[in-house]
Write a protein that binds this ligand. Structure first.
Ligand code: PSU
Ligand code: MN
Length: 305
């Protein structure tokens, strides 16, 4: 197992010193945002993690290894290259064995974080049940991973490019807690709230860390979704963005976009239709997630050591 993992020096040191570590994904860099904003976002997010007392570990696949922690130059490669595979769970072994560059999705970053002994993972939004999934069966592997892998994912909920109601049903069926941080409703990424109420909410990062520990102490395997709404000042108007998303979903259908291309297509379309505003919001909410997620990681680290 160990021969497939390569820790950066910073992350290796953090492990030896018992410091809190926060995992970060790379699909958001390679397939979620355009260059050069993606690289700047990745570096800024790492800096925020450090400012909040934890150590960042951006995860990706390179040279036949799972990299736990990337250098600045490696971040640049993943941001710039247009030859990076989007790696879901099914793609991990083929991409490693063929020595290709691979950006890890939420699902794959969870797999790799667990292998590396990292319990806290910060991202923008998770994948979910796509609209029309009753016929396409397009359900993100992120949900299946949350059902089985012991990593907490701090995000701003999920985009309404998805069917949020079906996504919540799926998570309930799979026994995945969705915990609101300072919200009683599932955040909808660009907006602070959807219509879907959450079973649990808190304004304490300590309680969230305690919830992670309790779940895993009880051997209730699988992840947790910690839903942290976009800051008020960055949120978009709900009617406006939902209209845009509706048009983007329609365009994806007309262009017969399917499978793993769907999410990147929709993200790029929404950015184009909002003249870049959606990208600014995306960056703002990831940074906010990095702050709250790092506080959770530090608290969790105190409770288990
Ligand atoms: N949602 C976003 N931004 C993203 C993604 C999702 O708002 O960048 C990425 C994440 O890496 C997520 C993946 O794991 O898309 C989900 O893809 P799919 O729907 O193909 O499972
Ligand atoms: Mn899919």
């Amino acid at each position: 197992m160990k021969k497939y993992l390569e820790f950066s020096q910073e992350v290796q040191q953090a492990k030896e010193n018992g410091q809190a570590i926060v995992a970060l994904e790379s699909t958001i860099i390679s397939h979620g945002m355009p260059y050069p904003q993606n690289v700047k976002m990745a570096r800024d997010v790492e800096a925020i993690v450090r400012e909040n007392g934890a150590v960042p570990a951006t995860i990706a696949i390179m040279d036949g290894k799972i990299k736990i922690g990337l250098s600045d130059d490696e971040l640049e490669v993943f941001g710039k290259s247009d030859d990076v595979a989007k790696v879901s769970r099914r793609d991990i072994a083929p991409v490693i064995a063929s020595g290709k560059l691979g950006a890890t999705t939420v699902a794959t970053t969870m797999v790799c974080a667990e292998l590396a002994g990292i319990e806290t993972f910060v991202t923008g939004g998770i994948g979910g049940v796509h609209r029309g999934a009753e016929t396409t069966m397009d359900i993100s592997a992120d949900l299946e991973e949350l059902a089985q892998t012991n990593v907490a994912v701090i995000c701003a909920g999920a985009k309404s490019i998805l069917d949020l109601g079906l996504t919540m049903e799926y998570l309930e069926t799979k026994g995945v807690p969705v915990l609101g941080f300072e919200t009683d409703y599932l955040p909808a990424f660009y907006t602070r709230e959807s219509e879907f109420p959450l079973a649990f909410s808190t304004d304490s990062t300590d309680v969230l860390a305690e919830t992670m520990k309790t779940k895993w102490d009880l051997q209730l395997n699988g992840g947790l979704v910690i839903a942290n709404p976009v800051p008020e000042e960055d949120a978009m108007d709900a009617d406006y963005i939902n209209g845009v998303i509706g048009d983007a979903v329609k365009e994806a259908k007309e262009n017969h976009i399917s499978g793993k291309d769907t999410t990147p297509f929709l993200l790029a379309k929404v950015k184009e239709m909002t003249e870049g505003k959606s990208l600014d919001v995306n960056i703002a909410l990831v940074k906010h997630n990095a702050k709250i997620g790092s506080q959770i990681a530090v608290s969790y680290n105190k409770q288990v050591h």
